[in-house]
Design a protein around this ligand. Structure first.
Ligand code: SAM
Length: 241
């Protein structure tokens, strides 16, 4: 089965599908958290797994931003929306931009794509390497391991004049991996299309996650009430090199 259609064939619908998400309010919260915790004076911000740049739209008024994402279609949309911002196609586990930032954000559960603690360690180590001492990392959880429930049906509907979308899935799990298997019906003037889009996301234990952050030079804590309902936020201040 082809994976991650959401970020390739379906990228053009991403902003519609997540039209309910309040990126402006979240960005204001992010800005407040940065002001509270960051210990550097710089304003260089790296958005890891930036997608179509939902947060960049608002954070660009306060920071000098670079965005990275694994998916070229998502980056294509972000580039079109924000032509003055630099975007790089890169995997968060292995990227090397050969420079440092004051803030790194990795939001909306994107860290779940690391799937295993081994990959999570690589990503957190990489975030640490790309931060100035005193810099800040904000990582928004997918769903903490203890809170993920299986057997819940989910649905999301879009009803615009020229496009109708129904997206459904039933939450499943294999060990510590959440299985999110979306079924889409998309109606446009060209016809009605059925697509399936399969995602596997790691369910991480909060204490293990914090330990990995600490092992990578972060003074770390977990905010239970982060940016979105039901999703926590890991905050790490880079303590040294
Ligand atoms: C749920 S979207 C979040 C996008 C954006 N941050 C937002 O809040 O709308 C997840 C993003 O993670 C990206 N992604 C998945 N695996 C990745 C990886 N290993 N490295 C970098 N980006 C990745 C996908 O391409 C997608 O754009």
């Amino acid at each position: 089965m082809k994976k991650d259609r959401m970020y390739s064939e379906l990228a053009k619908y991403y902003d519609l599908i997540y039209g309910w998400k309040d990126y402006e309010k979240e960005s204001q919260k992010i800005h407040n958290i940065i002001k509270k915790y960051k210990k550097t004076s710089g304003k260089d911000l790296l958005d890891v797994a930036c997608g179509t740049g939902g947060h960049i739209q608002f954070l660009k008024h306060h920071y000098r931003i670079v965005g990275i994402d694994l998916n070229k279609e998502m980056l294509g949309i972000a580039k079109k929306k924000f032509p003055k911002i630099k975007f790089v196609k890169a995997d968060m586990a292995v990227f090397d931009l050969k420079r440092r930032f004051d803030i790194i954000i990795c939001l909306f559960g994107s860290i779940g794509y690391m799937k295993t603690y081994n990959n999570l360690k690589k990503a957190v180590n990489n975030f640490s390497k790309h931060l100035n001492p005193g810099g800040l990392v904000l990582i928004e959880d997918f769903v903490p391991k203890k809170d993920y429930k299986i057997g819940i049906p989910w649905a999301n509907f879009i009803d615009k004049p020229n496009v109708k979308i129904a997206r459904m899935n039933l939450s499943k799990r294999r060990g510590d991996i959440a299985i999110v298997d979306f079924h889409f019906l998309i109606a446009t003037k060209k016809g009605v299309e059925y697509l399936r889009d399969y995602h596997e996301l790691g369910l991480f234990d909060i204490n293990k996650f914090l330990r990995i952050m600490k092992e990578n030079n972060f003074e770390a804590k977990y905010l239970k009430d982060g940016l979105m309902n039901g999703r926590g936020l890991y905050i790490g201040i880079k303590s040294s090199n």
